[in-house]
Design a protein around this ligand. Structure first.
Ligand code: SUG
Length: 417
């Protein structure tokens, strides 16, 4: 068994649009009503995946879910004239943010030594709450080998769960036993706290995590208030390194102490609020980065959105960090601006799974040949633009359904139709 980290990016679906559905997600609210560019969005996502493959990192993908979701609208008895947010929800391409697809506990951390995945119920946002049954179907295909994986349904909807976006794993190396850190929010603020502590605890129990190696940490109310609707907007971890904003957690010092106690080799890089404010962190998405271990002992790289690289104060901090002697040796900007405008940076677009590549359904793994094929399909079938008044258009819906079917057919994944 050779355990590696595989990033499963969400292929950005042909309905990508800006409907302003996520209260508390400042970018999504700011871009509500704008014209989206699904084709450019999907190509940006794919370019990110290819750039990561070029670094020598294994890359997988998950497919767009069936949209528009007519069955969902039927169950809500939606009819023209009823709440337009529901129609927009049925058209949402939000499954692209696969960091919210599931919480993943790699085999070295679990009691039965299998990799456990629990689909996230995403109940706080109606347009996202419809995702999980289709997501879990896909996860059960990709990780079908029951000797190595256990895929669980979402936890009951009484407690909101947002998946890996509120979960961090640290370990001396991906394949070594790790500690798992669940970050929950306390309700009562201006914006919803989407991750409930009880959902995190249920996921940890299901996955068979050792209580002594599991932390439950409160996200700072100030971070949620500033627009960090998920923990991954203010913190990211990879192997022994945690990269976080000073105000990411309700008790950042206590959290760091607890991590060091469980993982003495931890290296924690805290960005002080005096240098990068929470507002700058949220506006630039500095922390919604992919922190990756480069092959061949080249250290770690931080794959940041172009917006972080272009932000003067954030860039200043990054330049100082690179001039120092820390564990993050490179910063690599990527352009995912179509997703960013809905509050989804490089880290939102990927679900990390530590596994042996040979145990994963190969249809979900990317190589250059498949990437070129997917680019062709996107260029030929994804709408160039979607304006808000096109949601509900029957002709556009037909084009979108056909586009997804073409993709499934070409990838040999018709069973997801
Ligand atoms: O759930 N945006 C997503 C962004 C998710 C980002 N994921 C992570 N941080 N891991 C959300 O708020 C906006 C859709 C719209 O408004 O049209 C949206 O769903």
């Amino acid at each position: 068994m050779s355990l590696v980290e595989i990033n499963f990016d969400g292929l950005i679906g042909p309905t990508h649009n800006y409907a302003g559905l996520s209260w508390g997600n400042l970018a999504a609210t700011a871009h509500a009503g704008q014209v989206s560019q699904p084709r450019a969005a999907a190509l940006q996502g794919l370019a990110k995946m290819r750039a990561n493959m070029a670094l020598g990192l294994p890359q997988g993908f998950l497919l767009p879910l069936p949209r528009p979701n007519a069955g969902w609208l039927d169950r809500l008895a939606w009819a023209p004239g009823a709440d337009p947010a529901l129609l927009a929800g049925a058209w949402s391409a939000s499954a692209m943010w696969t960091a919210n697809a599931a919480t993943v506990s790699p085999a070295p951390d679990t009691a039965d030594e299998r990799c456990h995945l629990t689909a996230a119920n995403l109940v706080t946002m109606p347009h996202r709450a419809q995702e999980w049954p289709d997501t879990v179907r896909q996860l059960r295909l990709a990780f079908a080998d029951g000797r190595h994986f256990a895929v669980h349904d979402a936890v009951p909807p009484c407690f909101g769960d947002e998946g890996a976006a509120n979960h961090m794993r640290m370990a001396a190396a991906h394949g070594a036993p790790g500690i798992e850190i669940f970050v929950y929010g306390r309700p009562g603020g201006r914006f919803p706290a989407r991750q409930h502590e009880q959902a995190s605890r249920a996921v940890a129990r299901r996955h068979g995590l050792a209580p002594a190696r599991t932390l439950f940490v409160e996200q700072s109310p100030a971070a949620i208030e500033a627009g960090a609707f998920h923990n991954d907007v203010v913190a990211v971890a990879n192997e022994r390194v945690l990269f976080a904003h000073e105000q990411a957690f309700a008790d950042t010092d206590g959290t760091c102490r607890a991590i060091r106690r469980l993982l003495p080799e931890a290296e924690i890089v805290i960005v002080p609020a005096a240098e990068v404010s929470l507002a700058d962190a949220v506006a630039s998405y500095l922390f919604n980065a992919q922190l990756v271990t480069l092959p061949a002992n080249e250290g770690m790289a931080l794959i940041v959105p172009g917006e972080a690289w272009a932000h003067p104060r954030v860039r200043g901090w990054l330049d100082r960090m690179l001039a120092g002697n820390g564990p993050i040796r490179q910063v690599l900007p990527v352009d995912v601006r179509e997703s960013m405008a809905n509050g989804g940076g490089p880290a939102c677009l990927r679900l990390r799974v530590v596994a042996d590549l040979a145990t994963v359904d190969q249809r979900f793994l990317l190589d250059e040949r498949k990437a070129a094929l997917i680019v062709q399909i996107i260029e030929g079938h994804w709408p160039e633009a979607i304006a808000p008044d096109q949601l509900g258009d029957a002709g556009l819906a037909r084009q979108i359904v056909a586009a997804r079917h073409t993709l499934l057919g070409e990838l040999g994944l018709e069973e997801l139709a």
